[in-house]
Write a protein that binds this ligand. Structure first.
Ligand code: GDP
Length: 452
């Protein structure tokens, strides 16, 4: 989960407010101050934060809310809406279509993650059945072609470049021509970036653009610059017709929120975010599901997409069936733990569910999390079938807990911790009750509906 720290602080502030006996002006102010602090720490521009605070206060008029109104929900909804407004970057100028040739040119400063992102973008589409190809028109940075070649080879994506030719325009032109002849539907041109926004860089971008006539220019930027992203995005926008933006390194930087909101403020549409060095650490950026996850409210559309992507086809119906029933037994937890350990990526699936992965498998602490999961499984090995299949929370009485602790040789408090984890996950799972199971081919339609 990206920006976990910011999301955690905001959800905690809302939670604390909900715990107050009466939600009055004071409780609301405290909550909003906490959120303000968290956003400023993430380097979001002061004016944006101030506006958000004012708007929420305008919308949530505590005096007008009749008794019985769920104030917490209303406030949470107002915060959700305002965050969406703050981060909403609008739509890209062009969206490539599968089966129709599109040329997409990538621009950005050196080190922003441009070359890596080109391959991620190609790989993302390839997995969805596209025929992408990569052209390396970066003749400025030594090693750029090798890097692209290596990544492309790993992902089995055709590529074009040259060690000898020093004219980026010529390479770009030749590469695009070749892949058009080969009927590739997504031709991605990686251009060179320099250290600074300088005239030579912008001139080269213009020339490559003129030669290749891209349908879409994607500007790649590093999130660690925080709100300085505003000026950078503006400068690139003024030099080439940037149609979409990808923000990288959202995994490692507390300032990611600042970068996202700053880019949104320039009305440059962010379409993807990079969340790690690996090829598949790349996410579609869609503002509502993103904010939903940020606030720990889950992202059901992302969840359905991920199930399709990472759960083997033959296991998808079973998993969905169990989810739709909403019943979560200890045996289901055991089996999902087995999946987590065996398949790794299923962790990505559960990160889309509220409460699942961020606490159970925090990013960067995978080893510890795996040890914890194995420990829980050892305890469950000492349970009877009745206990594993029960849906009665009262069944696990003191004497059963003591017996399990003895059986697995662990202290009683460890068994209690495991049962608490079970209760927490069961609560999350129960939210999926009533999930309509899609027939073949209906998955994406369903995910759209769920998010509406
Ligand atoms: P370029 O000079 O803009 O082409 O940048 P590169 O693609 O060579 O990337 C520069 C560095 O950033 C490399 O070490 C990449 O692995 C790394 N990088 C790129 N995207 C991400 C990301 O989303 N997260 C993290 N953590 N690292 C990234």
């Amino acid at each position: 989960m990206v920006l976990a720290q910011l999301g955690g602080s905001i959800s905690r502030a809302i939670q604390q407010m909900s715990n107050a006996t009466i939600i009055d002006e004071k409780a609301l102010n405290e909550c909003l101050n906490e959120i303000t602090r968290a956003l400023l720490q993430a380097d979001v521009q002061f004016k944006l934060v101030k506006d958000m605070q004012t708007n929420i206060k305008k919308i949530v008029n505590l005096d007008d809310l009749a008794a019985g109104h769920n104030k917490r929900r209303i406030i949470q909804q107002a915060i959700f809406n305002e965050l969406c407004k703050m981060l909403d970057p609008g739509k890209p100028s062009f969206t490539p279509k599968k089966g129709k040739t599109s040329v997409v040119m990538f621009v950005g400063l050196q080190g922003s993650g441009k070359t890596t992102t080109c391959t991620k973008y190609a790989y993302y589409h390839q997995k969805k059945g596209w025929k992408p190809a990569l052209v390396c028109a970066d003749t400025f940075r030594a090693g750029a072609f090798d890097q692209l070649k290596q990544n492309a080879t790993k992902a089995k994506i055709p590529f074009y470049g040259s060690y000898m030719e020093s004219d980026p325009v010529k390479i770009a032109e030749e590469g695009v021509e070749r892949f058009k002849k080969e009927n590739c539907d997504l031709i991605i041109v990686d251009t060179s970036g320099r250290h600074k926004q300088e005239a030579a860089l912008f001139e080269e971008m213009r020339q490559v653009s003129e030669a290749t006539k891209p349908d879409l220019v994607i500007f790649v930027m590093d999130s660690s610059i925080g709100q300085a992203a505003f000026d950078q995005a503006q400068a690139f926008k003024q030099s080439v017709s940037v149609g979409a933006v990808i923000i990288t390194k959202m995994d490692g930087h507390a300032r990611g929120g600042g970068a996202l909101s700053a880019v949104a403020a320039t009305k440059s549409p962010v379409i993807f975010i990079g969340t790690g060095e690996h090829m598949d650490e790349f996410e579609v950026f869609d503002v509502k599901p993103f904010v939903s996850r940020l606030l720990g409210m889950g992202d059901l559309s992302g969840f359905m997409d991920k199930i399709q992507e990472v759960v083997p086809m033959d296991q998808q119906p079973e998993l969905l069936q169990m989810l739709s029933e909403g019943t979560f037994t200890l045996r289901i937890m055991y089996e999902q733990f087995q999946n987590l350990l065996k398949m790794g990526p299923i962790g990505q699936v559960f990160s889309m569910l509220p409460g699942f992965s961020s606490e159970l498998m925090p990013k960067g602490r995978e080893k510890e999390s795996q040890a914890k999961i194995k420990r829980y499984m050892t305890m469950m090995d000492s349970m009877t079938n009745e206990e594993l299949d029960s849906t009665n929370p009262k069944l696990m009485n003191e004497s059963r807990v003591m017996r399990i602790a003895r059986g697995c040789g662990r202290p009683i408090r460890d068994v209690m911790e495991m049962l608490d984890e079970y209760k927490r996950l069961a609560k999350v799972w129960s939210k999926m009750k009533g999930l309509k199971i899609p027939k073949k081919g209906e998955m994406s339609a369903l995910s759209r509906n769920m998010n509406a």
